[in-house]
Ligand binder design. Structure first.
Ligand code: FAD
Ligand code: A2P
Length: 273
């Protein structure tokens, strides 16, 4: 009897390898949500890295996608910030997860958006569009960032104001955080902009860098390779355009094995790329 029940249960719910439990879910817009899951006891990662997460498909096979870890390396849980692609194989289903559900999480973090991939500098710029803010949500909450840099500037651009809300609330909460609030105050500068809805600051990251508007607004010198370091995360087109601007300022692209003045990672792989 017990054996039959176990077999029935196993048939209904295929075994999920590397399972972690969802602890909370928050929907920000009809295209964006964030969620937290339990953290494997053995998982060590550097703030800014990504790993593979997913669900089982209809045939019981893992359906995995790359996701930046949005929580800092010291957090007891893991946080993710996700798009909802209407017909997306994973996110059309992932968007319906509830606390208590399980997701697959492969505990093999990798990525270039890590402090170790940059030479020491004075200012660190985080340049993101859309869900590209996820790795910076991790880095912004990491004390190491504030130990190594005098100033940290978070530039985040979305089409609409509501799409900035996850980042805005994160920065607001950080300033009052008992753990690193004091470190952050006066060091973290937040520069959100929109491109398709009226807002107090507008324009693409690329345009605000190239015109010098962001430097004037924040009272900072023009980016230069002696003082400035940058991390870039957005669509492929965004990354390509930002890279050209940073190179125009004299910064060079680095990697884990070859630290330089800036690093780049794709926030997603676009259609046909
Ligand atoms: P897919 O078949 O994977 O994608 C369908 C289409 O949707 C894509 O061709 C693209 O046009 C669009 N799309 C996919 N992801 C995004 C996105 N994030 N923003 C805008 N358009 C998108 N996604 C996240 O939501 N959060 C993350 O933290 C994140 N980190 C990533 C890190 C890396 C290194 C890479 C390569 C990708 C990352 N992605 C992230 C994208 C993610 O891997 C999936 O593509 C996304 O979850 C959609 O999965 P899907 O199966 O529903 O659709
Ligand atoms: P815009 O509204 O002018 O296209 P998307 O939702 O298409 O991924 O875009 C997210 C944000 O990134 C939008 O504000 C968009 O501005 C901006 N963006 C898209 N492509 C680029 C690019 N190549 N360079 C700079 N910003 C970009």
């Amino acid at each position: 009897m017990t054996e039959t029940m176990t077999m029935d249960a196993a048939r209904q719910k295929p075994h999920m390898p590397d399972a972690q439990t969802v602890t909370s879910v928050r929907h920000w817009t009809d295209r964006l949500f964030s969620f937290r899951v339990s953290r494997p006891a053995t998982l060590r990662f550097r703030s800014g890295e990504f790993l593979m997460i997913g669900l089982l498909d209809d045939k019981g096979k893992p359906l995995l996608r790359a996701y930046s870890i949005a929580s800092p390396s010291w957090d007891e849980e893991l946080e993710f910030y996700s798009i909802k692609v209407p017909d997306g194989p994973l996110t059309s289903r992932l968007q319906h997860i509830q606390p208590g559900d399980e997701i697959i999480l492969r505990p093999k973090p990798v990525g270039t958006l890590v402090v170790d991939a940059l030479l020491p500098g004075k200012r660190l710029w985080f340049l993101a569009t859309g869900t590209g803010i996820a790795p910076f949500a991790s880095l912004m909450r990491d004390p190491e960032v504030y130990e190594k840099f005098d100033q940290v500037i978070m530039m985040h651009t979305c089409r609409e104001v509501a799409e900035l809300e996850y980042g805005r609330q994160l920065v607001e909460a950080l300033e009052g955080d008992p753990l690193i609030g004091e470190m952050v105050q006066g060091k973290l500068r937040y520069y959100p902009t929109t491109t398709r809805e009226e807002f107090h600051h507008m324009g693409r990251v690329t345009d605000n860098l190239a015109s010098g508007k962001v430097f004037a607004d924040l009272g900072l010198p023009k980016m230069n390779p002696e003082e400035d370091r940058a991390m870039v995360c957005g669509s492929l087109a965004f990354n390509v355009d930002v890279k050209a601007i940073l190179e125009g300022f004299g910064l060079r692209e680095g990697a884990n094995s070859d630290p330089k003045e800036f690093v780049v990672e794709k926030a997603f792989v676009g259609d046909g790329i």
